[in-house]
Design a protein around this ligand. Structure first.
Ligand code: MN
Length: 334
């Protein structure tokens, strides 16, 4: 069996809300126009196909899955999700998206699983929505990195982390355009998106949580990173050494009790979404172990068949864990 773990969808409601926000200038969200503008006004065959595939939770998706040999998808609301809106709008859109996704999962129980969209800008309500989503059969939460420039290591987001730990479900920390504070530097060369910015943004987010001791406070918290851990496996050795030698009276926010790699190898799982490249996947399997690496496609931003075919050429130590068993364990699938 093959389970693809980072697969996107959108709702009509979300698309309309993006359009409204962009008409209002989307203050504080400089990456939004580039990210979703192409979906709202497709300008070529590629973006037209993308927009249609995102909105579909039926035959179109199933056909693509069949062509690629994907048995099941773990489906999430596409980035940047509801995190760009005011709290009330975001909570309403998340609820609607979760109802639609849970409905699709119920209609295709052997093909679809889903993660709940939540609004981190309203942490208490986000925690309740995660609980409600899990009650609907969803398997965790999707958070698209920063929310208005803020990260999950901020104390205000504790209710979300508490809920995820208490419910024993993972948070999938997914990319989005880089934060407003650094946006111009990336945008100057159009690096704010998937080319480079997504990975630095999301890797930064995970590292912020690691060094500030989030996993000392929430030792059972499970985080899933796509795109082969957003580069972090490649850095673990250097991160540990830098962390060890840096004096805490200077690096005062680095309050974690243990080395960065220790948390990465206990609290994190990674997927190969959009990154099914033989040497990189084998390197990650070596570094994080066979139990922490799962297949991802990143449909519809990537083509199922292309990514699966690329994955089949990888000389994995344990293909069954990669394609099936790890996803079943982390997301608690039947
Ligand atoms: Mn993705």
């Amino acid at each position: 069996m093959k389970i693809a773990t980072e697969e996107a969808f959108a709702t009509e409601g979300l698309m309309k809300a993006y359009a409204t926000l962009l008409e209002d200038g989307a203050p504080g969200e400089p990456g939004l126009a580039d990210m979703v503008g192409r979906l709202l006004k497709p300008s070529n065959e590629w973006t037209e196909r993308l927009a249609g595939q995102l909105l579909d939770l039926g035959d179109l998706r199933l056909t693509q899955m069949d062509e690629g040999g994907i048995d099941r998808q773990i489906i999430v609301l596409t980035a940047p999700g509801v995190q760009v809106f005011d709290a009330d709008t975001a909570c309403a859109l998340a609820e609607e998206a979760n109802d639609i996704l849970a409905g699709a999962v119920a209609a295709h129980p052997t093909r679809f699983h889903g993660l709940a969209a939540i609004a981190p800008q309203a942490p208490q309500r986000a925690a309740l929505e995660l609980e409600r989503g899990v009650g609907l059969g969803l398997k965790g939460a999707i958070i698209n990195s920063h929310t208005k420039g803020e990260y999950l290591d901020g104390s205000g987001f504790q209710p979300i982390l508490e809920a995820a730990q208490a419910l024993d479900v993972p948070i999938y920390l997914h990319p989005r355009p880089v934060a407003p504070g650094v946006f111009a530097t990336f945008a100057e060369r159009q690096f704010d998106g998937a080319f480079w910015g997504f990975q630095t943004e999301t890797g930064l987010h995970a590292l912020r949580m690691i060094v500030t001791g989030v996993f000392d406070r929430f030792p059972k918290l499970k985080i899933v990173l796509g795109h082969l851990g957003e580069g972090l496996p490649f850095w673990l050795n250097r991160l540990d050494r830098q962390f060890q030698r840096s004096p805490r009276n200077v690096y005062h926010s680095w309050t974690a009790k243990r080395l960065p790699s220790e948390y990465f190898l206990e609290n994190f799982w990674i997927t190969s979404a959009g990154h099914n490249w033989d040497p990189a996947v084998r390197f990650c399997e070596e570094v994080v172990g066979e139990d922490r690496l799962m297949l991802g496609v990143d449909y519809p931003y990537e083509v199922c068949k292309q990514q699966v075919d690329q994955s089949l050429a990888i000389n994995l130590k344990d293909p069954e864990k990669f394609y099936e068993l790890n996803a079943k364990r982390v997301f608690k699938l039947n």
